[in-house]
Write a protein that binds this ligand. Structure first.
Ligand SMILES: [Cu+2]
Length: 297
């Protein structure tokens, strides 16, 4: 067998191995559980959302604007440098009687182009990215804006949403009270502030009201990702990291985990229901009724 034949055989075997290895993973992906009866708005499976998912966040247009600009800018650079590269291939091709010159070419236009690219990138970073990041991450809504506070607690492989209830105060939580089935966030039911607290596996939010989520994790690092809100924040055990947003459109949307967190990472999703204030209040009311069946046990 010749060398190129041997190489081709190795490449073919590697490709076949890759396909065989990937198949079970792809199968598992297709079988990811869905919440029955819930239609997810803006889901990736919808062919109309091949580009960015719909934006239902007040700050989303800032991030989208930056994404569009960066893609346009990178497209211009890609085409520009690509054309220049092909031109150089032709212009400096090997010819009879021509000798290569190993000294650096000191051309002005390329220097100016590089300086311009560096300036544009600095402006993008300092003028746009950092301020947008600061407003999303640091400038939390004030009390006067009446934000809703929700604690988001991630675990392998689910999301738990903890609401303070009518009194607006979160009850005490501690690891010794954690029960995966009946008390996933470890709420101390004997604490007065915990009496009206709500824990749900589905996130409900009022539309057009600022929401502050305090993100944390019970086990490994997860990432709270809501594509339609342009929100993504790592959930880190031992830390409570705030992230805020304001939803502008009602509907049911997907919350995903954006950090590879274990075997069933692909199934770690939750539904986020954005609804009008009265329906949200009604949901809170329903949920805050004391869970009698648990108290008797
Ligand atoms: Cu996860």
């Amino acid at each position: 067998m010749r060398l190129w034949q041997r190489r081709a055989a190795v490449l073919l075997a590697a490709a076949a191995g890759g396909v065989l290895f990937a198949r079970p993973l792809l199968g598992a992906e297709a079988a990811a559980p869905t919440t029955p009866g819930v239609k997810i708005d803006g889901a990736y499976a919808d062919w109309r959302n091949l580009w960015l998912p719909p934006d239902i966040s007040q700050h989303g247009h800032n991030i989208d604007g930056l994404i569009y600009f960066l893609h346009g800018f990178m497209g211009v650079l890609f085409v520009g440098w690509g054309v220049f590269f092909v031109y150089c291939l032709f212009r400096f091709r090997q010819r009879a009687g021509q000798r290569a010159d190993y000294n650096l070419v000191k051309a002005k236009p390329s220097k100016y182009a590089e300086i311009a690219v560096a300036i544009i990138e600095a402006v993008l970073l300092l003028g746009f990215s950092v301020p947008i990041w600061a407003s999303v991450k640091n400038d939390l809504p004030t009390e006067a804006q009446n934000p809703l506070r929700v604690r988001v607690l991630a675990e392998q492989f689910a999301w738990n949403f903890h609401y303070p209830g009518k009194d607006g105060k979160f009850g005490r939580t501690a690891p010794q009270f954690v029960n995966t089935a009946s008390n996933p966030v470890g709420l101390d039911r004997s604490d007065a502030n915990a009496k009206d607290d709500i824990v749900s596996g589905e996130m409900h939010l009022p539309v057009d009201r600022p929401v502050i989520c305090d993100i944390s994790s019970k086990d490994v690092i997860h990432s709270f990702a809501v594509p339609v809100l342009r929100v993504k924040q790592d959930a880190i055990p031992g830390m409570r990291i705030p992230v805020w947003f304001q939803a502008t459109k009602t509907g049911s949307y997907e919350i995903a985990c954006a950090q590879l967190c274990g075997n069933n990472h692909y199934s770690m999703r939750a539904v986020m229901v954005v609804e009008p204030k009265d329906r949200f209040d009604h949901w809170l009311e329903e949920k805050s009724k004391p869970p009698e069946e648990f108290e008797e046990e």
